[in-house]
Design a protein around this ligand. Structure first.
Ligand code: ADP
Length: 572
């Protein structure tokens, strides 16, 4: 970089200033789609050492940014063009909001002087993002950039994480400042950063919690994405093993403690939640995924102790006791207090025996189904083969990405999670189409891990073009597509429903039978496999897992296997 001389100050443009501010704020990865007016911004960021992953569609890039925020605990950054680019990016921003993941979307917008006159890609982007953000700002001048960048990043990660938005009009992107002015602006903004201070949990509340837990006859600890983002795995292990209390992870909480742990009660989920008298819920909302904490799934007398960083969540659920704070810190205090006066349920405790027996029964029943080699494939046979291949990899175990109806439901029960933050799925919103974006985020966030996606063909189709992105960036991602020819499994209509002028059209649930998804990735130089038998699948997994190169394994599934719409059938 040229140095500033007395006669001729070096000017830097807004694009470079944004990149510098992002870099100072610790951002080293960005996801997005370039075009007018943000192409130079992406190039400047790359020149400063920020890795920019260029996608085909902002929707997938946005899903990637949201998942990157979850996996790393630092906001994932999405860059989009104006108008439609911003609208496509809302998918990622809304997904971050729904899942409570830290993310920042930065969009270019039309020239300020032309706004309201029908400018190219004109949109009131601040209004468009409003339902999905914790905070948004539109800069009017280049000098506002450093402060705006730090503010959106800090807001996204503070308290309950979520999405924030920064709007930069095209005319601002073309403004310049001198290098010395830029440095001063960056220093001032950095020095005035107001980082969130998380309050310590109230000691009296900890004492109350311990007293409730001690009196419990059938306690259970439930943990979710909030515990994962807090990186509370060591504290949860300590708590569980010290007290002997069985645990139940939410779908993405899986892996904080290994699924194979002797106190894991996932395989006895109904018994555990139906019969527990005290539930310590750490970083998980009592929303639809946990049946709202209500009967008939939960006992009407269950006492909830909720640990959450968000006071509003405690107010909403009105638990028996709320412990407001960061999950890791709250559990540290809880563990310390328990240590002074220890207790442990022990293996012979009737509650532990009930759960252990139920787990054994259910695992045996499931294994007796899984062991069968059925051809044409149902969901269970290939899932067992994939499970065994993943287990065979040992540590570091791969990050598993899962979406679909049956594919995700079956995968959640069969695939084994051994390490924290190694499962990404449709999440709080049940979002379909997250697959390839999540794969790319996972590969970028954890370069030492393989990424294995297990997807329904419908889920895969939402973002299938991003297989080119996998190949372009040489990411170690193996995408396994359960291909049963459509949503749920192709045409399952009763004959009396097939009437009317368009009765000869394919069913709304149908795709082209036998679609050659494996050929798609070969168009870009990736590796494709078509498999329909256990031996073919095993061979494809062995080869692709050891190659650690982008691959798609197209698994032919019997279109009549599986339930109509997974475990949500009653709603369809
Ligand atoms: P899951 O889907 O796994 O059940 P949810 O997304 O429903 O999890 O809930 C996550 C909860 O964790 C949210 O209520 C959020 O406020 C909370 N949370 C986020 N970060 C933290 C943290 N560091 N410590 C404690 N709770 C957190």
């Amino acid at each position: 970089m040229a140095t500033e001389s007395a006669n001729k100050p070096t000017l830097i443009d807004c694009n470079l200033l944004v990149a510098k501010a992002l870099s100072r704020a610790g951002i080293d990865r960005m996801f997005g789609v370039v075009g007018i007016p943000v192409t130079s911004l992406a190039n400047r960021a790359v020149a400063l050492g920020i890795r920019f992953i260029a996608f085909h569609n902002e929707q997938s890039a946005g899903y990637a940014a949201s998942a990157y925020g979850y996996l790393t605990g630092r906001p994932g950054v999405l860059l989009t063009v104006s108008g439609p680019g911003c609208v496509h990016g809302l998918a990622g921003l809304s997904n971050a909001a729904a899942n409570a993941w830290p993310m920042v979307m930065i969009s270019g917008s039309c020239d300020q002087n032309d706004f309201g006159r029908g400018d190219f890609q004109e949109l009131d982007q601040i209004a468009a993002v409003k339902p999905f953000v914790k905070f948004s700002v539109k800069v009017k001048n280049v000098t506002e950039i450093p402060n705006a960048v730090f503010t959106v990043i800090d807001h996204a990660g503070s308290g309950r994480p979520g999405g924030c938005y920064l709007d930069i009009p095209a005319d601002v992107l073309h403004q310049t400042v001198t290098e010395s002015e830029a440095n001063k602006l960056l220093d001032d903004a950095e020095n005035s950063r107001k980082l969130d201070v998380i309050k310590d949990v109230d000691k009296k509340d900890i004492e109350k919690a311990i007293s409730i837990i001690r009196k419990a006859e059938r306690p259970l600890i439930v943990f979710g994405k909030g515990a994962a983002i807090a990186r509370a795995e060591d504290e949860i292990k300590n708590f569980v093993e010290r007290t002997g209390i069985p645990f139940l992870p939410t779908p993405m909480g899986k892996g904080l403690l290994p699924d194979t742990h002797e106190l894991a009660s996932t395989a006895a989920r109904s018994l555990a939640i139906g019969k527990c008298d005290v539930a310590i819920v750490v970083g998980a909302r009592l929303n639809w995924l946990l049946h709202f904490g209500e009967p008939p799934k939960w006992s009407k007398d269950v006492k909830f102790i909720l640990v959450d960083i968000d006071e509003g969540e405690i107010e909403l659920r009105k638990p028996c006791l709320g412990l407001i704070g960061d999950a890791k810190k709250v559990l540290q205090v809880l563990n310390k207090e328990i240590k002074d006066d220890p207790f442990c349920l022990g293996r012979t405790h009737p509650w532990i025996q009930d759960i252990t027996n139920k787990v054994k029964d259910n695992v045996l029943r499931m294994e007796s189904q899984l062991v069968k080699d059925l051809v044409p494939f149902n969901f269970l046979t290939p899932m067992r083969i994939i499970r065994d291949a993943i287990i065979g990899l040992g540590s570091p175990c791969p990050i598993v990405v899962s979406e679909g109806a049956n594919t995700m439901d079956v995968g959640r029960s069969v695939l084994v999670q051994m390490e924290p933050r190694t499962r990404l799925d449709a999440g709080t919103w049940g979002t379909m189409g997250v697959g390839l974006g999540y794969c790319i985020a996972a590969a970028v966030a954890s370069p030492d891990r393989l990424v294995v996606a297990v997807e329904g063909d419908s889920g895969f189709g939402f973002s299938a073009m991003e297989v080119e992105t996998l190949v372009r960036y040489k990411l170690p991602v193996v995408v396994i597509v359960f291909n049963n020819g459509g949503v749920y499994g192709g045409d399952r209509r009763n004959s009396e429903d097939i009437t009317g002028p368009y009765k000869d059209d394919p069913a709304p649930t149908s795709f082209v039978p036998g679609a050659a998804y494996h050929v798609l990735i070969e168009a870009f130089g990736g590796k494709g496999y078509l498999v329909g038998t256990p031996d073919e699948l095993k061979a494809a997994l062995t080869e692709s897992f050891s190659a650690r190169k982008p691959a798609v394994i197209n698994v032919t599934i019997d279109p009549f296997a599986g339930a109509e719409s997974g475990r949500m059938q009653h709603k369809n």
